[in-house]
Design a protein around this ligand. Structure first.
Ligand code: MN
Length: 251
């Protein structure tokens, strides 16, 4: 089995290292990831500039490449240029910080995996749901465990598996829940500061807030201490609303 690993935290991130260690013996593992952090770039790719690729020695890794680009750039290059043939599995992560609710939309980690799903390749995005001092090993172990299920599942083209794991020791994790993406929004915290030259700048922060109680959602499972596993998809059509629009008599 050929496996492609990517991420948005950058090729030197501890989450990617933990993931690689966990899946290394499952097959021929390739790592193609951004050379620096690209969190929050979503599905951006580079239309107007060159993409530089550098082979890197990552703990003696034979098939590791750093790309000066976005997560989607790295997966596109990996699939079309760097790997000898398409992989059997794409895994993006392990991201530092949860990708649940509306975060999925902003996430470079999820978009990296989505790029695989667009081509019908079994694909997984995986994140730890803590930002400060996260523990990656339980997420790495769980991802390893789910790999054969995902590759054998005959996922529809455009569907991928989004995993969030509490960033704590395995003993503190309560179990696993299959969830749906929460409806959430950002409670924005935009800070205005002065740089050393007395010029104003802004720094966007904030936190992910449920729109309603979020029962059965990824955010609820994570908050209750469970691993959340959600099938998500590329097709963003609101199929229910098509019926309403038909009534607009535009056609
Ligand atoms: Mn990230």
């Amino acid at each position: 089995m050929r496996i492609l690993l990517s991420n948005d935290d950058g090729i030197y991130s501890p989450g990617l290292k933990a993931l690689k260690n966990a899946v290394d013996d499952l097959g021929e593992v390739w790592v193609v990831a951004p050379d620096i952090e690209q969190s929050g770039v979503s599905h951006a790719f580079s239309l107007t500039g060159p993409l530089r690729v550098e082979k890197v020695q990552l703990d003696g890794c034979e098939r590791c490449y750093a790309v000066r680009g976005t997560p989607v750039d790295t997966v596109k290059l990996a699939l079309r240029e760097i790997l000898p043939d398409l992989p059997d599995l794409v895994i993006s992560g392990i991201n530092r910080g949860e990708n649940s609710g509306v975060n999925i939309l902003y996430s470079g980690t999820v978009s990296g995996a989505m790029e695989g799903a667009i081509l019908g390749i079994p694909s997984i995005a995986v994140s730890v749901a803590s930002y400060l001092n996260p523990v990656y090993d339980p997420a790495a172990e769980f991802t390893r465990k789910i790999c054969p299920l995902v590759t054998d599942a005959e996922l529809p083209t455009g569907t991928l598996v989004n995993i969030n794991v509490p960033g704590v020791d395995a003993g503190e994790i309560k179990g696993v829940k299959i969830t749906h993406q929460a409806e959430s929004h950002y409670e924005e915290e935009i800070e205005k500061r002065l740089d050393p030259r007395a010029q104003e700048y802004y720094w966007i922060g904030g936190y992910n807030v449920l729109n309603h109680n979020g029962s059965g959602s990824d955010m609820e499972a994570i908050r209750e201490g469970y691993i959340s596993v959600t099938p998500i998809r590329v097709d963003q059509t609101d199929r229910e609303f098509i019926r309403v629009m038909k009534g607009w008599n535009l056609e």
